[in-house]
Design a protein around this ligand. Structure first.
Ligand SMILES: NC(=O)c1ccc[n+]([C@@H]2O[C@H](COP(=O)([O-])OP(=O)(O)OC[C@H]3O[C@@H](n4cnc5c(N)ncnc54)[C@H](OP(=O)(O)O)[C@@H]3O)[C@@H](O)[C@H]2O)c1
Length: 327
């Protein structure tokens, strides 16, 4: 058995070039773990954020989350692949299962193999998706679902999704439609067709219009990228409405907390808590044909740095894939 595997490692933190392909030890599953042969992973803004992070930031992350960054840090929070071996205590997965999984802050998907505990946020992949597609579901769909549930979205409510063309945005559009809302997507001119094809009822092209000046009032404003104007967004909400941002910013969070003390319009910003139950809920919707993914570009593992450079532009349409096994 080959004891080495290829991986895109982050040996120091900095610009995309710090990502280098190396041969490193192939992991061996413990009794409660499965060994996954990874076919596809994604590059998210979170990966770029960690890669470019400062020493102080990593120290604070370690204090808050307990996560250590080893000498060879492996990025990548989402993957799809095959189970190649199972530990003796594993009961819910078998060798040969095709799975998709969300790793979150644990990361490690930029490699040919990973060991995952049986209780990880992991399930057999949707039968109607390729590995590339299945790898691109988790972060966007789980975040969109988590936040939409938090808003208690109801049939007929009006929601505006700011940043509708991104990884989180496209799933928010589809899930908000699934929950019966009237969806307005805010995106740039070149992405209108895509956002509409995912079910948006109305589009605001932010290159041409400012949604805060249209006079439209919403039950929910869902900002996936963190640049919607705070005061204008609050003004565009009904009384009792919710202004929600997926990206975390200290200044915005402080402003939100102060705002919440005096207003009936609530602002919300949180870290998503991903669960296997939610992953299974998403999987069912995919298999029923109610959710799909948009893949923008694919890069081989050797070009992980290129993929990071592209994601960092903030212009991607949906998802960017690292293809590890060509299917
Ligand atoms: N809270 C949590 O736990 C949590 C969980 C998951 C993700 N996140 C965060 O959520 C964020 C969103 O991630 P993502 O993957 O969806 O980002 P992304 O895919 O990179 O989204 C960028 C998209 O937004 C569009 N855009 C840029 N400026 C815009 C503007 N002013 N108005 C409307 N659209 C604009 C871009 O297209 P154009 O440039 O053509 O407009 C692009 O399609 C990330 O920062 C991620 O870290 C947080």
């Amino acid at each position: 058995m080959n004891s080495k595997m290829k991986a895109a490692v982050c040996r120091r933190f900095g610009p995309p070039e710090v990502l280098q392909t190396k041969m490193i030890d192939k992991p061996i599953p413990k009794e409660n773990e499965v060994l996954v042969k990874i076919h596809a992973a994604t590059v998210t803004k979170f990966d770029c954020w960690i890669r470019s992070s400062s020493r102080m930031f990593r120290f604070l992350m370690r204090l808050v989350t307990g996560i250590r960054f080893p000498k060879d840090t492996l990025l990548g929070t989402e993957l799809a692949g095959d189970i190649e071996a199972v530990g003796k205590d594993v009961t819910s997965f078998n060798i040969g299962d095709q799975i998709f999984a969300y790793l979150g802050m644990r990361m490690g998907a930029y490699a040919e193999y990973i060991c995952l505990q049986e209780e990880s946020v992991m399930a057999t992949k949707p039968i109607n998706m390729t590995y590339d597609e299945a790898a691109a579901v988790q972060q966007g769909a789980l975040s969109a679902l988590y936040f939409l549930r938090m808003t208690n979205i109801q049939r007929g409510q009006k929601i505006l999704i700011y940043g509708a063309s991104g990884g989180v945005g496209l799933f928010t559009v589809q899930l908000a439609k699934y929950f019966g809302a009237e969806v307005t997507g805010v995106c740039s001119t070149t992405k209108i067709d895509l956002v509409r094809s995912m079910g948006a009822d109305k589009i605001v092209d932010y290159k041409k219009e400012d949604f805060t000046k249209s006079g439209e009032i919403y039950d929910i404003i869902f900002d996936t990228i963190g640049t919607s104007p705070f005061s204008g967004s609050v003004r565009s909400l009904k009384n009792g409405g919710i202004y929600l941002f997926v990206t975390y910013g200290i200044l915005r969070s402080i402003r939100a907390r102060v705002h919440n003390l005096t207003s009936s319009k609530k602002t919300v910003s949180k870290i998503v808590e991903e669960t296997t139950d939610d992953l299974l809920f998403i999987k069912n919707l995919i298999e029923e044909g109610k959710l799909r993914v948009a893949i923008d570009r694919r890069f081989p593992l050797d070009q992980a740095a290129e993929a990071h450079r592209y994601v960092e532009t903030g212009r991607k349409k949906g998802n960017v894939i690292i293809t590890i096994v060509d299917s």
